[in-house]
Design a protein around this ligand. Structure first.
Ligand code: HEC
Ligand code: HEC
Length: 450
């Protein structure tokens, strides 16, 4: 009773003050909202919490994009099919691999567009499990023949907010790669940068080839995509309209639209103060303050598109991954691309949405839970014997978080940044009629296609 009359009193006071000034709901709200708002405002680029609001995926004009690949709904629709289309997988090394994999084999939607395993296996892989976790090498491929890379596939959620792509940022003609033109070569798979596209587009043009896929007019006629290409690329001359490059541009448009804006943190940023739980809010306060995560994860998607950092995590060869070793160029991070001493062991700062279902964290998949990741940052000590502590970033330091604080931070990352409805970005079927994201005999059974 006492409380309600107090509330009524405040209400009247507000009503009264409303006439002479603004009396916002903030005055009555939970103090954590206020603390979080101030924490974010103090570090946001324009000192406004709106700096972390993601655009809607249908708001194509406001999604970050490549000026050479303007986003249109027709491109997004076509890309949404091709990304999952196992019917493109026609350059497999052996017959058993033909037509069995897609981009989504290594970027599985239900695993946060990561592989659901420590390593993605495209051509030469077999099986799917629930979300990629049981995929393994197909018996008649050698280890050297399977399509695998020496680092965990990055998530494609929020990829619109990265600029130069890959863990070492080697793709894209612009941004950090200006001045690296002499390094763009077939050997490092970066010759594609000479076409002048941004990171996402460049990587995808190369990716279609690297991942052994085929796109041409007869095949698109056969599946029924020809009209979709006509709608997406009306300005491209007919003879250049149906190929790996246009397919990659459409796929780029689609993955640029993978925006997790139904996550609780996004709801909160839009003004729904009940969008996050108290624990998620406390975790967010830590993220933007005491735990110093924002020092590196400070772009809209809580990634960083400008700087690469060394935090000394283990490389993939330290797990029993396929076809990678101590001498893998990927272990050197940005330095493996630029050849510069000062770039050694520095990696891309990834986005942080929808990570909890991925199950494998950091480029070398050295952690299996978000809690282990947070504990790693809390300890602030390199675990990689090549990266002594003096080679790690001076922003990477012990944090002295309490157990409660770690709990809240984990809760923010696991659930505050989790959009539960990402299946809205997955098509119901692909035009070939094939099973997807995988189409090998074991995956077909596991995916319910048999
Ligand atoms: C065999 C597994 C595999 C397949 C198949 C695959 N990828 Fe990837 N993808 C990866 C790996 C591994 C990385 C990280 C590579 C690196 O940094 O060295 C990656 C990174 C990316 C990135 C960079 C993201 C960023 O933030 O920098 C994009 C974009 C991408 N993939 C798109 C695609 C597309 C489109 C396809 C289909 C044409 C595809 N991938 C198929 C394994 C795969
Ligand atoms: C010094 C810069 C820096 C700071 C500070 C930092 N991060 Fe990161 N973070 C990175 C880099 C770089 C990576 C990728 C490292 C790698 O895999 O080699 C990363 C990776 C991650 C990942 C794994 C993402 C994935 O796709 O595997 C999570 C989760 C994460 N950081 C959360 C946090 C949290 C929470 C904090 C604060 C406690 C934090 N980071 C502080 C730079 C930083």
């Amino acid at each position: 009773m006492h409380y309600s009359s107090y509330k009524r009193g405040i209400g009247l006071l507000c009503l009264f003050l409303f006439a002479i000034s603004s009396c916002t709901k903030d005055k009555l709200s939970n103090p954590t909202d206020k603390i979080l708002t101030e924490a974010i405002e103090s570090i946001a680029p324009t000192n406004n919490i709106r700096d972390f609001i993601l655009p809607y995926s249908s708001d194509l004009d406001n999604l970050p994009q490549d000026k050479n690949n303007r986003l249109t709904a027709s491109k997004v629709n076509l890309g949404k099919m091709l990304f999952f289309e196992t019917g493109l997988a026609l350059d497999a090394l052996h017959d058993l691999g033909q037509g069995t994999y897609s981009c989504a084999t290594c970027h599985v939607p239900s695993a946060g567009f990561m592989p659901g395993a420590k390593q993605g296996i495209g051509d030469g892989g077999l099986g799917y499990g629930d979300k990629g976790e049981t995929r393994t090498k197909l018996f008649n491929y050698t280890e050297e023949e399977i399509d695998v890379q020496g680092a965990r596939p990055l998530s494609l959620i929020n990829v619109a907010f990265t600029k130069n792509t890959s863990w070492n940022g080697q793709f894209g003609a612009d941004h950090n790669n200006i001045g690296t033109e002499d390094l763009w070569s077939e050997e490092t798979l970066t010759e594609v940068n000479h076409l002048g596209y941004s990171g996402v587009e460049s990587q995808n043009i190369e990716g279609i080839k690297l991942h052994r896929m085929v796109v041409n007019k007869p095949l698109m006629d056969e599946y029924g995509y020809t009209q979709w290409f006509n709608a997406a690329f009306p300005e491209v001359p007919y003879e250049e309209r149906y190929n790996e490059e246009t397919a990659a541009l459409a796929i780029s448009a689609y993955i640029r639209s993978l925006i997790p804006n139904q996550a609780p943190f996004q709801k909160w940023l839009h003004g729904n103060r009940d969008g996050m739980t108290e624990s998620q809010k406390l975790g967010a306060v830590l993220f933007f303050d005491k735990a110093k995560c924002y020092l590196c994860h400070n772009n809209t998607a809580l990634n960083n598109a400008d700087n690469f950092y060394a935090i000394g995590v283990k490389d993939l060869h330290e797990t029993d991954a396929f076809n990678t070793s101590e001498s893998d160029r990927r272990n050197l991070g940005r330095g493996g691309f630029t050849g510069k001493e000062e770039d050694l062991y520095k990696f891309k700062v990834p986005q942080l949405y929808n990570l909890k279902t991925g199950g494998f964290y950091f480029h070398g998949s050295s952690k299996n839970s978000i809690r282990e990741v947070v504990e790693y940052f809390n300890n602030g000590v390199s675990e990689n014997s090549n990266v002594s502590n003096d080679k790690t970033s001076n922003l990477f330091n012990p944090l002295n978080l309490t157990t409660d604080e770690i709990d809240h931070l984990v809760e923010f990352l696991e659930n505050g940044l989790y959009d539960p409805n990402m299946t809205r970005y997955v098509p119901e079927e692909v035009l070939s009629g094939n099973c997807f994201p995988n189409n090998d005999p074991i995956s077909r059974i596991q995916l319910g296609c048999e």
